[in-house]
Design a protein around this ligand. Sequence first.
Ligand SMILES: [Zn+2]
Length: 485
Amino acid sequence: MFFLLLLLITFSQLSANPQKNYQSFNDGQSFIKNQIQKKINKNKAKNVIVIVGDGYGITTNYINRLNQGQINGGLGDEFVLPHEKLDHLALIKTYTTNGQTPDSAGTSTAIHSGIKTKSGIIGLTDSSIRGDCMSKRTEVESISDIFKKLDKSVGVVTNTRITHATPAALYAHSFDRNWEDDSKVPKDCSQDDIALQLINSDIDLALGGGKRHFLPLEIVSQKGKRTDSRNLIEEFKNSGGIYLNNENDFQNYKIDTKKRLIGLFADSHFPYLAKEENKPSLLDLSNLAIEYLNKNKNGYYLLIEAGRIDHGHHAGKLNYVLRQTQQFNKLIQNIIQKVNLQETLLIVTADHAHSLGVNGYCGRGSKVNGICYRINPKESKHQSKPNLGLDGKPFSVVNYLNGPGSVFEKKYFLQYAFRKRLSDFDYDDIEFDHEALIPLFKESHSGLDVVAYASGPFSFLLNGTIEQNFLFHIINYAIKNSNIN
Ligand SMILES: [Zn+2]
């Protein structure tokens, strides 16, 4: 009798499902309900938008999520970023044909041409050698060419120089990513520089920075770099294009899709948001791009690069990165609201990752740019005591594996010893060189996978762990509903 009673009590406890009163359990139930109701979208894609967070790897996504979640008043982890709400995702292998650790030239060429190539090369096959004008030159057919053949429009928007590697792979072919103007191209090389290739391309719209590569040395005020005395901006205007030089031009511009549009709003890259607001902002430029491109009834391709995330990492300044990623979130949210995902394939991805790693064991709510505090056994929020290393010193929630903020104290030139005292650190200082291990002048990329998130036509093809160049093939398939090139 006793055993029967015990059995009954045990059974009733099981069937009562005590965890169902918990939010996290119900969230899981809702997730299943939503997933099974999802319809696969096999519409032919009219438009494709690719948003590239340059250097926006998985760990950068992690710090962005925690930071944005904490800004919004939570502990951080529970927060869902705009792109994390998209329907599908794949892990992307980013290596180039010669780089376990890739760069933006090789990776953007992969996304835009469907093949992997060497690091440092723009829009050429792997037969070329970086910087060697005498090596074999086979220009790839890019996504831009394919969209143009279908009478679709093509645009590119970035907060870096428009001639920088990620945007350049859409419209240019170069033995070297650094040949942004003629001054860097070897004198005996017949290849046009990247700025000239943009002017001569059929890209409908290009908005970003980098006017110095279009202007001759003689224009000192805008840091002109060209040694051939050509003013490509004037040449572009004389050929019938519309050029926007500043915020005022941007505000006064009236869309005329019969005329190509180029806007260059900074001599080089846009300033870091930690230093000044960008006017116009990447979001403003993206809105204009969509409005312009949308006027083509056949559709469009738009590449949007949030490129300063990468540069913030290279500088080892995590606080710069966090400012840039906040803008990145707003940008993505805005695009999701603006476009019709029944006819637009939207992909949010990164070209490559960075050397940022994540420590443990941190209690919840530890600030992502600060110290890793101990887990609190009694409540969600962390204890006030930090975790300590065996040297008795606290450590950061995230560390760079290399960079200017090395924990080794500089003794004299290129000689390092001892770990810095943590009291030396001011994590909230916007200029703070975030903790790193190996001392380097510039923090590096890493070979870690990135994620591609997607919604819209054929976004379900983003599935599994795939090569970066497969993104091209997914886009190509989505706009044609066939695999024929
Ligand atoms: Zn980089």
